[in-house]
Each structure stands twice: as structure tokens, then as C-alpha cells.
Design a protein around this ligand. Structure first.
Ligand code: C2E
Ligand code: CA
Ligand code: CA
Ligand code: CA
Length: 283
């Protein structure tokens, strides 16, 4: 496969040799893209989960699903190495489906074991915000007997910017189903404030770049404080991500931030180990 892409790419300039494939990729990236396409079908994507807790009580409320690729030769790959590739080459719908499937299935298992936990899934900027997404979400929730309000979809502002009208329609329908909606990396984009009014959002996540430096950079502290105040006034949950120490946790609690996620609580862990981690934490 890799050789085939290379041969075609090194011919007379650019060829559109496969629908949805980016002609500007290097041969290495084309090879990796082909492997990713097969890897998704072969079940090589693994969902890791990172706990989220109520900031005041420390009680674990749920997890964020974070994808990893168990590559047969390169080992465990982090999303930064393959999400951009998937975005440029039309693989995001398959990737999202694989993550949603594992995340919702786990949520259903945990419920049947007596743990009412939420699960958050990332939608990429180039996500399939269309009828297919609505259909697969609905199908998965039914199949695994998971109530819609146990699932939250995290979107970034760039995913909204691409096609505001369509995005809004799809998000409204997901909201009608009862699925939660969260704005990820809040504060890093452009039109955050207007989206909060236009979209059926229940949560904002403060980007970790602000949280991690809020105790040393007054400007970052001011941004965190403003987002918490905004969220409070709009009746939104405010999740601080990237909480790495007790001092940051304490300061966020003082500001009135509602939820936290970060290495201080736990790093992302394999799905299979989560219930043991929870049992060890909560006794
Ligand atoms: P994100 O959604 O902002 O996810 C949080 C990232 O911050 C995760 O990196 C997590 O491991 C890291 N993190 C969490 N707590 C801390 C902390 O206390 N300190 C520090 N330094 N880092 C922390 P990860 O897992 O490498 O994910 C990177 C990005 O990849 C995510 O950023 C998200 O944008 C994307 N991503 C991950 N999984 C998926 C997925 O299933 N679908 C899509 N479309 N994107 C995904
Ligand atoms: Ca996220
Ligand atoms: Ca984030
Ligand atoms: Ca991020």
C-alpha cells in the first residue's frame, strides 16, 4: 500500500488517487494513513480514560475518553501523532465511531456494576457533525442501555466555525436526545462568547494552558477567573483541565470552578483499569 502511494505521488505532480486523501502528505504520512485506515477496522484504537471529579467534594463523576493507537510496530501512539492525519484524510468519522462505541459500551458496563458515571467523547474540528453521527449516537445509547445524559460530546470552537448553521442543527438534535455538550479548550479560540448563547451547551472546559500556569502568570489567572465567572453566571459546569497539584485545585475551588481533571487526580489510564482505580480511590 505504502509503495503504491509513493509511486503515484512521485509521478507527474499531484494526483487525486483516493477520495478524501490529502495529496500534500509526505510518503511516510501516506503510509501511516493507510495503516490507520486498516488499523481502525482491525480494532487497533484503544480508549484511555481520564477521571473528572467534583472540585469541592473530590467525588469522581465520570471520565473523558482519550484515544490511543496501538500500532503493531510503533507501539502506543498518542492522538497528536494521528488525529491531524485522520482529519486531513477523511478518517475522523470512523475514528469517532470507534471511540464512541468503546466509551458508551464501558459506560453501560459501569452502570450495570452500580457506577453512575458520565463519559465525555471528543469530536474533532472535522467531525462528522451530520445525521450519521446522530444515528450512531442514538444506536449506541440504545444498544448499551445508557441514558443520553450520561454522554457528553466535547467540541472545539473550530468545529463550529467550519459550518455554523449545520453544526447548530446537529447539536440541537443531539441536545433533544439528552446528550450533553461541552466546549473544549475554552478561551483558545475566537468567538467563544457568542457560541455559548447560540449552542445548547451545558459545560465549558478551561484549556490546560491557562490552568497549568494560573498560579504563576497573573494574566492566565485572570482568564481562568473570567471563565469561571462567566460559566457561573450562565449556569454552566466549568471543568478545569490540566490540574497538576493541590495548590491549583485549592485556588480553583476558591474561584468557584465546579469540576476538575488532571494529573493531580489521575493521568489517562486504560479503560480496563478504571474501576480498580476508582475502588482504590473511594474505598
Ligand atoms: P484534549 O481534549 O484537550 O485532552 C486533554 C489532553 O490533556 C490529553 O492529552 C490529556 O492526557 C492531557 N492532560 C490531562 N491532564 C493533564 C495534566 O494535568 N497535565 C498535562 N500536561 N496534560 C494533561 P491526549 O490524551 O494526548 O490528547 C490530546 C488531544 O487529542 C486532546 O486534547 C484532543 O483534542 C485529542 N483527542 C484525544 N482523543 C480524541 C478522540 O477520541 N477524538 C478526537 N477527535 N480527538 C481526540
Ligand atoms: Ca477534550
Ligand atoms: Ca481540552
Ligand atoms: Ca487541547
Amino acid at each position: 500500500d505504502a509503495a503504491m502511494y509513493y509511486a503515484k505521488n512521485s509521478g507527474s505532480g499531484l494526483h487525486v488517487y483516493e477520495k478524501g486523501l490529502d495529496a500534500n502528505e509526505t510518503p511516510e504520512r501516506l503510509a501511516l494513513t493507510a495503516e490507520l485506515r486498516q488499523g481502525i477496522s482491525a480494532g487497533q484504537l484503544e480508549v484511555y480514560v481520564q477521571p473528572q471529579a467534583d472540585l469541592r467534594t473530590g467525588l469522581v463523576l465520570g471520565v473523558e475518553a482519550l484515544v490511543r493507537w496501538r500500532h503493531p510496530r510503533h507501539g502506543l501512539l498518542f492522538p497528536d501523532t494521528f488525529i491531524p492525519l485522520a482529519e486531513r484524510n477523511g478518517l475522523i468519522p470512523q475514528l469517532t465511531d470507534a471511540v464512541l462505541e468503546q466509551a458508551v459500551a464501558a459506560c453501560g458496563r459501569w452502570r450495570r456494576a452500580g457506577h453512575r458515571l458520565t463519559v465525555s467523547v471528543n469530536l474533532s474540528a472535522r467531525s462528522n457533525l451530520n445525521d450519521n453521527l446522530i444515528a450512531s449516537v442514538q444506536r449506541l445509547l440504545n444498544r448499551h442501555a445508557v441514558p443520553a445524559d450520561s454522554l457528553t460530546l466535547e467540541i472545539t470552537e473550530s468545529s463550529v466555525i467550519r459550518d455554523p448553521g449545520r453544526t447548530r442543527m446537529v447539536l440541537d438534535r443531539l441536545h433533544d436526545l439528552g446528550v450533553g455538550l461541552s466546549i473544549d479548550d475554552f478561551g483558545t479560540g475566537y468567538s467563544s462568547l457568542s457560541y455559548l448563547r447560540q449552542l445548547p451547551v451545558q459545560e465549558v472546559k478551561i484549556d490546560k494552558s491557562f490552568v497549568m500556569s494560573m498560579l504563576t502568570e497573573p494574566g492566565d489567572a485572570a482568564i481562568v477567573r473570567s471563565i469561571v465567572d462567566l460559566g457561573t453566571n450562565l449556569d454552566l459546569a466549568v471543568v478545569a483541565e490540566g490540574v497538576e497539584d493541590a495548590a491549583t485545585w485549592a485556588e480553583l475551588e476558591r474561584l468557584g470552578c465546579t469540576n476538575m481533571q488532571g494529573f493531580y487526580l489521575a493521568p489517562p489510564m486504560p479503560l480496563a483499569g478504571f474501576i480498580d482505580w476508582l475502588a482504590a480511590r473511594e474505598g
